[in-house]
Design a protein around this ligand. Structure first.
Ligand code: CO
Length: 135
């Protein structure tokens, strides 16, 4: 596995239309890609910031992947994502080193990417995402 850069910062929001104004109207970031990932119950808004992105995560229903987070902690930084090559090697390597992936294999991410999350308890309280591919 080879890490290339910080891919994006994930931020949980209740209403993206409201929160997007800060990034588009104030910061002047215009490259926004919106996508619904139905199997995870989320609508994702990828805002390009130079080589990296900010990802606003909005729930599509109460069972969404971020509903519990929003209920417990409210809006805020949700995860940090690293762009990697060789994500398939990550599960085995993580287990060998004692880090805890949240799934046994990478899952679909926005724009046809593949993603893998790690339990915050094994990474100092930070939910870490690995992303393979570009969107
Ligand atoms: Co993400």
């Amino acid at each position: 596995m080879h890490v290339q850069k910080i891919d994006h910062i994930g931020i949980a929001v209740k209403n993206a239309a409201e929160r997007l104004k800060f990034y588009t109207d104030f910061l002047g970031l215009k490259d926004v890609h919106t996508e619904e990932i139905k199997e995870r119950g989320i609508r994702v808004h990828m805002i390009k910031v130079g080589e990296s992105k900010v990802e606003l995560l909005e729930p599509m229903n109460e069972q969404s992947e971020i509903s519990k987070f929003l209920e417990a902690k409210g809006e805020g930084i949700h995860h940090v994502a690293f762009n990697v090559e060789g994500i398939d090697e990550a599960v085995e390597l993580a287990k060998k080193l004692g880090f805890q992936p949240l799934s046994d294999a990478p899952r679909p991410g926005a724009g046809g990417t593949r993603v893998l999350f790690f339990h915050p308890k094994s990474v100092g309280g930070v939910l870490v995402e690995l992303v393979e591919g570009h969107h």
